[in-house]
Design a protein around this ligand. Structure first.
Ligand code: UDP
Length: 330
């Protein structure tokens, strides 16, 4: 059953001439980068809803004095009545160690979170942009991954709380659209890195860079031949904003947003060592269960539907920018 609908106080309307935007998970890595971009437009008012489970107050600190920004510390799993025109639903722990820490809560966040946001979109005739993931493809047999590929996900594995949660969230988006006419947009985000990543969240880019900067061994899981395509966060944000504002109203997605460059974890480790100038060594650790062996975004649809969108920042340049951010944290 759904959690009880708390009759939350309806937040005061902001000026209706402004674009009222709700970003769930806005204190997280992607959410906070999105807020920075949205606030550049003086017609946007941005409300962040975040329970700070993995999001960090420091990520939104720069916006707190902005009169067009407000922060609500709250949980997307609970009903919140927030008048809005656009919703970006980014709330969910996203790194494997984080989402596996409380797996049932991860699934609930995916499902109850998107249900609450779809109800909100229905109530205010707002557009909901759902942050989905390349994880819906699981350990893919089709390479590179196209949106029409239906995936190879283990429904009972340690990643399924996130993978199946996000898959069901996509299903709910499309059913709300078909059944109630709710305006939806669905993006599938491939591995993304850059400033505002939590240095301790256990992802490969943050782990390798922090380890290199601290002079610790770089932890390669498995033999390091598994691949990912790594996208710099600014490229993703550009794609997200285009999907919300510039795509055809009847283009709902899902659309892949990722960098088609494909690298093994060994190649990534070498690049991190090169760009940090670190003397660290590699140390090999067991491969976690159900870790996808390869992943690469096919972005044909994104290019076609999002005005020729494609990533502009190559891995070497993005790593330089990211290392500058992580250096401030060491
Ligand atoms: N990985 C690694 N060392 C680390 C953290 C991750 O070799 O310290 C590997 C992990 O096993 C996976 C890849 O890097 O194959 C990407 O992991 P990440 O958690 O960043 O993202 P995801 O697996 O969700 O794509």
């Amino acid at each position: 059953p759904l959690p009880p609908r708390r009759q939350g106080e309806c937040l005061a309307e902001w000026s209706v001439t402004m674009n009222r935007i709700l970003v769930t998970g806005g204190a997280g890595f992607l959410g906070s980068n999105l807020c920075a971009r949205l606030l550049q437009n003086p017609e946007n008012q941005v409300t962040v809803l975040d329970n700070l489970f993995t999001g960090r107050k420091s990520n939104i600190e720069p916006f707190l004095q902005n009169p067009r920004f407000r922060f609500i510390e709250g949980d997307v799993k609970q009903w919140q009545d927030i008048p809005c025109d656009q919703i970006y639903n980014a709330a969910c722990p996203a790194s494997p160690p984080a989402y596996q820490k409380s797996p049932t809560d991860t699934t609930k966040t995916c499902i109850f979170g998107v249900l609450n946001m779809l109800e909100l979109a229905k109530k205010y005739n707002a557009t909901l942009l759902q942050f989905s993931t390349s994880e819906v493809y699981g350990d893919p047999e089709v390479h590179p991954q196209v949106e029409t590929y239906r995936g190879c996900v283990n429904p009972i594995g340690i990643r399924s709380c996130y993978d199946e949660g996000k898959r069901c969230a996509e299903a709910l988006c499309f059913d709300y659209h078909r059944e109630f006419g709710v305006k939806i947009k669905v993006i599938r985000i491939f591995n993304t890195y850059g400033p505002n990543m939590d240095p301790e969240d256990g992802r490969v880019v943050s782990n390798f860079i922090m380890q290199a900067l601290r002079g610790q061994d770089l932890t390669v899981y498995g033999d390091g031949t598994q691949t990912r395509s790594f996208q710099y966060v600014d490229d993703l944000i550009e794609g997200i904003v285009r999907m919300m504002n510039d795509s055809r109203p009847d283009f709902l997605g899902p659309v892949n947003l990722g960098n088609p460059g494909e690298f093994t974890m060994l190649e990534l480790a070498q690049k991190v060592l090169q760009h940090t100038g670190s003397q660290s060594k590699l140390v090999f650790k067991p491969l976690p269960g159900d870790d996808p062996t390869r992943r690469r975004a096919d972005i044909t649809v994104a290019k076609r539907e999002l005005n020729g969108w494609e990533p502009r920042i190559a891995l070497d340049e993005g790593l330089e920018k990211s290392i500058a951010y992580f250096r401030t944290l060491v």
